[in-house]
Write a protein that binds this ligand. Structure first.
Ligand code: ASP
Ligand code: MG
Length: 410
């Protein structure tokens, strides 16, 4: 008998009819001889609605109370789901985070799972019940409710799969799997059969919204195979799995983009030890995540320093950096919000040379100017003007042969 953890996202449980359909699907999988643990998200739009109410009633809602509020969305889903299963003549038990024993630290709104108890779930499974666990929530040491951060039900599912040593963690969503790039902007995007954890991690951190980043980190750490698939079809989706040697045959597996970054340039900074520390200190101090950083070689003791931050943090960063710039007598601070980052990703880059060069040539062939470049072992990213994002994605998708199914070549 296999133990399967399934997670259904907000659109999959968007209304009562959909919840019934999920119940039927879970029952069917149980009937194939499996033990079922089902993690549910809040019904589509619920969490947003709750957050909105919080901000209507208080200018700065208390973080602890916000978690109490937000966690109710998932509570509704697991209760309705369990009732639906019961109505179909089968037995299900809903469990909230604290009832399972999902222990987290006390960072409200972005709590980290520290430990999961499995006794209660196992007892329910042994009784032949389907166990429905509320995603996205846990309990801190004081016994207070915490939430794991937006999209956190994915992490609940993967963490449960790890703790229970499940055979697979299936993440059901409204798309059919992981695509080579965003099908909305590139009609030739293809669904991948498999992707490695590392590639998925890069795709996720670059804005592919399919899996929450922390859930992928968790899966990689504990070797949990994830199957990302659609709630609305029976088709197989994409397996997110440990890297295998044959994955390196494909040089580039996917093209990702993000329009969520802004660029900040500090002009003519006196080039001396400690300057970078001075400039970034207040930025880091405010918890702003700096992504790419480029510093030019200096000329007459002055250098330019350019970096990117998430767009929502742009104005704050400009303010913080302008203050430091004045103190250290830099010439000026320039900002640009109309940028995008396009990236190519693939474990095959480790063994193939000239990948970056092909990327630069492809962008040049469309007259797209590259403003910044960064590379890692399995990724090359370029910052370009935002208005060229779609064009860049399409040309890269074609250049690296992603328009064609690799299986056609063999
Ligand atoms: N309901 C939460 C959210 O909307 C968690 C989740 O759906 O994964 O972010
Ligand atoms: Mg999600």
């Amino acid at each position: 008998m296999a133990l399967i953890v399934q997670k259904y996202g907000g659109t999959s449980v968007g209304d009562l009819e959909k919840i019934r359909a999920v119940a039927r699907r879970v029952i069917r999988t149980q009937d194939q001889g499996n033990q079922m643990v089902v993690v549910l998200s809040a019904m589509a739009g619920r969490t947003d609605g709750l957050i909105q109410m919080a901000h209507e009633i208080a200018r700065e809602p208390d973080a602890r109370e916000l978690d109490v509020l937000m966690s109710t969305g998932e509570q509704v889903s697991v209760a309705l789901f369990s009732m639906a299963v019961g109505d179909m003549g089968r037995r299900a038990r809903s469990l909230l985070g604290f009832q399972v024993g999902i222990h987290t630290n006390d960072l409200y709104g972005k709590a980290k799972i520290q430990d999961i108890e499995t006794d209660r779930i196992r007892r329910e499974l042994e009784k032949g019940r389907i166990v429905a666990v509320a995603g996205f929530q846990g309990l801190d040491r004081k016994g207070d409710i915490t939430t794991l951060g937006r999209g956190g039900s994915d992490t609940t599912a993967v963490a449960l799969a790890a703790a229970l040593d499940a055979d697979v963690c299936e993440i059901f969503t409204d798309v059919e799997g992981v695509y080579t790039t965003d099908p909305d902007i590139c009609p030739k995007a293809r669904k991948m059969d498999r992707i490695s954890y590392e590639e998925m991690l890069e795709m996720a951190s670059l804005g592919a919204k399919i899996l929450e980043i922390r859930s992928v980190e968790f899966a990689m750490k504990f070797n949990v195979p994830i199957h990302v698939r659609s709630t609305f079809t029976e088709e197989k989706g994409t397996m997110v799995v440990p890297e295998t040697n044959d994955m390196e045959r494909v040089v580039v597996s996917g093209v990702a983009y993000s329009k969520n970054e802004a660029r900040v340039t500090v002009k003519k900074v006196p080039d001396r030890p400690g300057i970078a520390a001075r400039i970034f200190e207040p930025v880091f101090e405010s918890g702003i995540v700096v992504d790419m950083i480029v510093q030019n070689t200096s000329e007459k003791g002055l250098t330019d320093l350019t970096f990117t931050v998430p767009k929502p943090d742009f104005l704050k960063t400009m303010k913080l950096v302008s203050e430091v710039a004045e103190q250290i007598s830099a010439e000026s601070v320039l900002g640009d919000e109309d940028i995008a980052k396009v990236s190519i990703i693939g474990v095959g880059m480790r063994t193939h040379a000239g990948v970056a060069r092909r990327m630069f040539q492809a962008l040049a062939s469309e007259n797209i100017n590259i403003m910044m470049i960064s590379t890692s072992e399995i990724k090359v990213s370029c910052v370009i003007e935002e208005k060229y994002t779609e064009l860049a994605v399409r040309v890269l998708h074609e250049t690296f042969g992603l328009d064609k199914d690799p299986r056609d070549e063999t």
